[in-house]
Design a protein around this ligand. Structure first.
Ligand SMILES: Nc1ncnc2c1ncn2[C@@H]1O[C@H](COP(=O)(O)OP(=O)(O)OP(=O)(O)O)[C@@H](O)[C@H]1O
Ligand SMILES: [Mg+2]
Length: 263
């Protein structure tokens, strides 16, 4: 039996009865889902459905009032964001969030800070104690860029590059530390169809038995192409879940989100 299958919950991230509200506004209500290792899981739903808030609950940025989040046999509700990062949680954001003053490789190296002995500042500044680590981190960053097919931009600055490459660089930063849980929030936002196609190919290469990979996305062609399972959120509740074919054929999902044109 593989190492992952022997882990509690088979390496899955398990969410039970999770509810989040701000004042009187119910943002998430009784969310339950099992996000499996080895699969790409899609999370879709209309604007304001609660997708980003759900990611924020998983990473510890938001504190849900009710519910359980379990990973590797541990309850995570009281684990702060840094603790969850140390357990292998990593994410990308809805808007491109690269540091404009750093090269692409340096931006990717920031993704290694949780593994750093010298501290993240030493990883990007040429201080003596950080020099050896910096060299090692740079090769890991270039390797991560290489896996996504963009090693040639390692020394470019973000302002010189098109959106598709910047998105891949963000994914390189999120993956360079070999995460166990990777949450990507609208990675195709702002990309043209060629860039979206390249992104889909890159996402498929990330599928791995040790990784829980969750993608929030409005681009249905991308979601249907890359995902094994899809969960649909609507006004803070799980509306449906299943394979891409099951979700596409669900009349409720068509009514509230996909519309007749997409089926
Ligand atoms: N910190 C907050 N305080 C108050 N309300 C919030 C907060 N964060 C999110 N919300 C509300 O929660 C709801 C869900 O927002 P969220 O950003 O999670 O949706 P989403 O599904 O990611 O939407 P989109 O597809 O537009 O990105 C919205 O009504 C939003 O205003
Ligand atoms: Mg969002």
């Amino acid at each position: 039996m593989s190492a992952v299958l022997q882990e509690p919950d088979g390496g899955a991230l398990v969410v039970e009865q999770l509810s989040l509200s701000f004042g009187g506004i119910h943002v998430l209500q009784e969310i339950g889902m099992t996000l499996r290792a080895g699969q790409i899981t899609g999370l879709i739903g209309p604007n304001g459905a609660g997708k980003t808030s759900f990611f924020n609950c998983l990473t510890g940025l938001y504190a849900p009032q009710v519910g359980a989040i379990r990973f590797g046999g541990r309850r995570l509700e009281r684990v702060p964001p840094a603790g969850r990062a140390a357990l292998g949680f990593s994410r990308s954001f809805q808007h491109v969030a690269l540091c404009p003053e750093l090269s692409i490789a340096e931006n990717v190296m920031i993704g290694l800070h949780r593994l750093s002995g010298a501290g993240w500042l030493d990883a990007i500044l040429p201080l003596a104690r950080g020099r050896a680590e910096r060299r090692a981190h740079r090769s890991q960053a270039v390797a991560a860029l290489h896996r996504l097919g963009i090693a040639d931009v390692a020394d470019a600055m973000p302002a010189q590059l098109p959106p598709g490459v910047l998105r891949l660089a963000e994914i390189a930063r999120a993956t360079v530390g070999a995460p166990r849980v990777l949450l990507l929030d609208e990675p195709a936002a702002g990309l043209n169809s060629v860039e979206t196609h390249d992104l889909a190919q890159a996402l498929k290469t990330l599928r791995s038995p040790q990784l829980v990979l969750v993608v929030v996305e409005h681009d249905m062609d991308l979601i249907m192409e890359v995902c094994d399972q899809i969960h649909v959120l609507n006004v803070g509740r799980v509306l449906a879940c299943g394979t891409p074919a099951q979700v596409r054929a669900n009349p409720e999902v068509v009514r509230v989100y996909l519309g007749d044109d997409d089926v």
